[in-house]
Design a protein around this ligand. Structure first.
Ligand code: ATR
Length: 281
């Protein structure tokens, strides 16, 4: 890490990390807002995450984004957690305040800002959330909080979906009656919003969802971002979804929320999203 005076230092930590788009995104935010910063990638050894974080902040670093597979470790390492991070059980944004490591999770904010940008059905919506891993956990609270009528979590391994529902029902008792869970076969029904939070796209496939129907104005949202269409988007279009999108807007949205925490300024998403899309095609 270079340490030129007046230039704020940021990085994203993961393993692997080479293909992260975060440096490009934050540099575009910096150009927009006039914040003088450097944002790099930081490869952490799998068994050396706490040391990597400690060294970064000891050298004067201002903030870290955390990605696969360290979000749960970042949660454990944080001395102070935002409510979002606590509910998600995972942290993607770290910074130091009064000598303490603070952790937040901006993934849910990123998804919500993108869903709002897309005018997705939220208030009163029937939402199907596919997957029960870290990506899925990060978005449960914001989706419930946005006023959906029902949130049904399905997963290839049904027990994980059930455990996730039980966890959030106990943490958020006011929302418990709106939540349900099951295996992929229990995804059957008509939905206003279907979100793929599985990593199946990385294997170039989509979860099998027999009996899933899309309402007339429904949105199919894949958290994966890639050259379009993703396998899930293809499958959703074949099942009758008229609007299918990938998760590039969520990626930019979570980055913007981290940027705002660190720098006190909210950047514009649209120009950054357009430029990234151009690079991906
Ligand atoms: P992440 O942090 O990205 O969510 P994870 O915790 O490993 O990663 O979770 C991956 C999710 O994708 C899980 O819900 C997984 O289902 P299982 O719990 O049954 O493993 C899901 N997943 C991965 N590959 C899949 C596939 N080919 N079909 C359906 N679901 C898949």
């Amino acid at each position: 890490m270079s340490s030129q005076p007046g230039i704020r230092q940021f990085a994203v930590v993961g393993n692997p990390i080479k293909h992260s788009r975060s440096p490009a995104i934050h540099q575009m935010f910096a150009a927009q807002t006039g914040v003088a910063l450097e944002y790099s990638t930081l490869l952490s050894p799998l068994d050396g995450f706490a040391e990597t974080v400690g060294q970064f902040f000891a050298a004067g670093g201002c903030g870290l984004n955390i990605t696969v597979p360290f979000k749960e470790q970042a949660y454990v390492l944080s001395a102070k957690l935002s409510e979002r991070a606590r509910l998600a059980g995972a942290v993607n944004t770290l910074w130091q305040q009064d000598g303490q490591l603070n952790g937040c999770n901006t993934d849910g904010l990123g998804l919500l800002s993108d869903l709002q940008r897309l005018n997705a059905p939220l208030e009163g919506a029937r939402i199907l959330l596919i997957g029960a891993g870290g990506a899925s956990k990060g978005v449960v609270y914001p989706l419930l909080n946005a006023g959906c009528a029902r949130l049904h979590i399905v997963n290839r391994t049904e027990e994980r979906a059930q455990a996730m529902r039980a966890h959030f029902s106990s943490q958020l008792p006011d929302y418990a009656t709106r939540m349900s869970a099951g295996g992929l076969l229990q995804a059957e029904g008509e939905w206003d919003l279907v979100i793929n939070a599985t990593s199946s796209g990385l294997q170039d496939t989509a979860p099998e969802l027999p009996g899933v129907r899309y309402a007339a104005d429904a949105l199919a949202y894949d958290m994966l971002y890639a050259a379009l269409p993703t396998p899930f988007m293809r499958q959703a279009a074949e099942a009758g979804a008229h609007r299918c999108v990938d998760g590039l807007g969520m990626l930019v949205g979570q980055a913007a929320a981290s940027f705002a925490i660190w720098n006190g300024m909210t950047p514009q998403l649209e120009p950054v999203l357009r430029e990234l899309r151009r690079q991906l095609q």
